[in-house]
Design a protein around this ligand. Structure first.
Ligand code: GTP
Ligand code: MG
Length: 425
C-alpha cells in the first residue's frame, strides 16, 4: 500500500452502524474472564521490615492460612531475599502467590537496600529477556515481578527512621509501596493518629511516592479515595482465635483485653485486606506492568541504544535502529582494528629500534674487544721483539765470551811450548 493510501486509510472517519440482530460479540468480556480464570493469576508480595516486626504473622492473617515460616536471625551478613511460592485456590480461581521476605533487613551496620533493588530489577530483567526471545512463552511464564511492597514501619510513635526513607525512596520508582504500621496494638490511639500524620508528611517532604489506590474507575473511586486518606494502615496480625461474645475471632489477647484483628475500631487490618486483595489486586498487577516494568524496559532498551525517534524527532523503527547500531558496531570494529594494527606497527618499530640499539652495542663491544686484542697483540709482538733482541745480544755476548775463552785457552796451551822452546834455546 502506498504511503498516501495508508494516510487516507488511517484518517478515514469511523462510521457507526446499527446491527440487525444479536451477533454475539457482547460475550467478549465473559470470554476474557473465563480465559483468565483458566490461566490462573500470579501475585507477588515483597515484605520489607525489620526482623520480628510481624511480617509472617500478617501474611498468615491476610490469607487465612499458615505459610512456611522460619524465624530470621539478627546476625545475617547482608540482607537476603527469600521468595516462597504457594498455589492457592478460592472458588475456581487459582492464585500463584509468591511472598518474598527481605531477611535481615535493618540488622546490618551497613544499612544497604541494594539487594532489594537488585532483586526487583532481576525479576524485571527475566521478564524482559522472555519478551525479547524469538520463541516467547509469556502465556505460561511464571511472572515473578513484584506487584506490591508492604513496607512495615516500626510502631515507635516517633518518626520514620532514615533507613525507612532511604529505602522507600530507592524503591518507589520500581514497585508499588504500601506503608503499614506494624504491631499497631503497641501504640495508643492518639499517638497512632499523630504518628500517621507525621509519617505522611515525612514521606511527602522527602518526595517518596507511595502507591495511591486508583480513583479513575467509578466503581471503586469512592472507597479508594477514602482509603487513601487512611494511609499508612495500622495493622495487627494474629492467627490465634479468641472467643468474643459467642463468636470465635482472630485476636490478640492481653491481661487487660482483647485486640480484634478484624475489628475496624481496633486496627486497619480489614482496610488493608480490602484494598490489597479484594479491590486493587488487579490494579497493582497492572501498575507493575504498565508503570514500573515499562520504566525499567524503557531505560534498559535506551541503554542498549534503541530509540523511538531519530535526532530530528522522526519515527525510528527497530529495523533502522538495528541498521544504525550495526553500522556503529562495524565502524567501532574497524576503528579497533586500525588501532590494533597501529599498535602492532608501533610495537614492531619499537622492537626494531631496540634490536638496532642492541646490534650497535654489540658492534661497539666487538670493536672494543678487537682494539684490545690488537693492543695486546702489539704488546706481545713488542715483547717478542725485545726478547729476540735480548736473545741476539745474549748470543753475541755468548759468542764473544766463547771466542775469548778459546783465545785464552789457546794462549794457555801455547805458553809451555814457548817455555820449552825458551829452555831449549
Ligand atoms: P522474621 O521473619 O523473623 O523477621 O519475623 P517476622 O517479621 O516474620 O515476625 P513474626 O510474624 O514472626 O512475629 C514476631 C513476633 O511478633 C511474634 O511473637 C508474633 O506473635 C508477634 N507479632 C506479630 N504480629 C504482631 C502484632 O500485630 N502485634 C503484636 N503485639 N505482636 C505481633
Ligand atoms: Mg517471618
Amino acid at each position: 500500500m502506498a504511503a498516501t493510501d495508508l494516510e487516507r486509510f488511517s484518517n478515514e472517519e469511523k462510521r457507526n452502524l446499527a446491527l440487525g440482530g444479536h451477533v454475539g460479540f457482547d460475550s467478549l468480556p465473559d470470554q476474557l474472564v473465563s480465559k483468565s480464570v483458566a490461566q490462573g493469576f500470579s501475585f507477588n508480595i515483597l515484605c520489607v521490615g525489620e526482623t520480628g516486626i510481624g511480617k509472617s504473622t500478617l501474611m498468615n492473617t491476610l490469607f487465612n492460612t499458615t505459610f512456611e515460616t522460619e524465624e530470621a536471625s539478627h546476625y545475617e551478613h547482608a540482607v537476603r531475599l527469600r521468595p516462597r511460592t504457594y498455589d492457592l485456590q478460592e472458588s475456581n480461581v487459582h492464585l500463584k502467590l509468591t511472598i518474598v521476605d527481605a531477611v535481615g533487613f535493618g540488622d546490618q551496620i551497613n544499612k544497604d537496600e541494594r539487594p532489594i533493588v537488585d532483586y526487583i530489577d532481576t525479576q524485571f530483567e527475566n521478564y524482559l529477556q522472555e519478551e525479547l526471545k524469538i520463541r516467547r512463552s509469556l502465556f505460561n511464564y511464571h511472572d515473578t515481578r513484584i506487584h506490591v511492597c508492604l513496607y512495615f514501619i516500626t510502631p515507635t510513635g516517633h518518626s520514620l527512621k532514615s533507613l525507612d526513607l532511604v529505602t522507600m525512596k530507592k524503591l518507589d520508582s520500581k514497585v508499588n509501596i504500601i506503608p503499614i504500621i506494624a504491631k499497631a496494638d503497641t501504640i495508643s490511639k492518639s499517638e497512632l493518629h499523630k504518628f500517621k500524620i507525621k509519617i505522611m508528611s515525612e514521606l511527602v517532604s522527602n518526595g517518596v511516592q507511595i502507591y495511591q489506590f486508583p480513583t479513575d474507575d467509578d466503581a471503586v473511586a469512592e472507597i479508594n479515595s477514602v482509603m487513601n486518606a487512611h494511609l499508612p494502615f495500622a495493622v495487627v496480625g494474629s492467627t490465634e482465635e479468641v472467643k468474643v461474645g459467642n463468636k470465635m475471632v482472630r485476636a490478640r489477647q492481653y491481661p487487660w483485653g482483647v485486640v480484634q484483628v478484624e475489628n475496624e475500631s481496633h486496627c486497619d487490618f480489614v482496610k488493608l485486606r480490602e484494598m490489597l486483595i479484594r479491590v486493587n489486586m488487579e490494579d497493582l498487577r497492572e501498575q507493575t506492568h504498565t508503570r514500573h516494568y515499562e520504566l525499567y524496559r524503557r531505560c534498559k532498551l535506551e541503554e542498549m541504544g534503541f530509540k523511538d525517534t531519530d535526532p530530528d524527532s522522526q519515527p525510528f523503527s527497530l529495523q533502522e535502529t538495528y541498521e544504525t547500531k550495526r553500522k556503529e558496531f562495524l565502524c567501532e570494529l574497524q576503528k579497533k582494528e586500525e588501532e590494533m594494527r597501529q599498535m602492532f606497527v608501533n610495537k614492531v618499530k619499537e622492537t626494531e629500534l631496540e634490536l638496532k640499539e642492541k646490534e650497535r652495542e654489540l658492534h661497539e663491544k666487538f670493536e672494543h674487544l678487537k682494539r684490545m686484542h690488537q693492543e695486546e697483540k702489539r704488546k706481545v709482538e713488542e715483547k717478542r721483539r725485545e726478547l729476540e733482541e735480548e736473545m741476539n745480544a745474549f748470543n753475541r755476548r755468548k759468542v764473544a765470551v766463547e771466542t775469548l775463552q778459546c783465545q785464552s785457552l789457546q794462549a794457555t796451551s801455547q805458553q809451555p811450548l814457548k817455555k820449552d822452546k825458551d829452555k831449549k834455546n
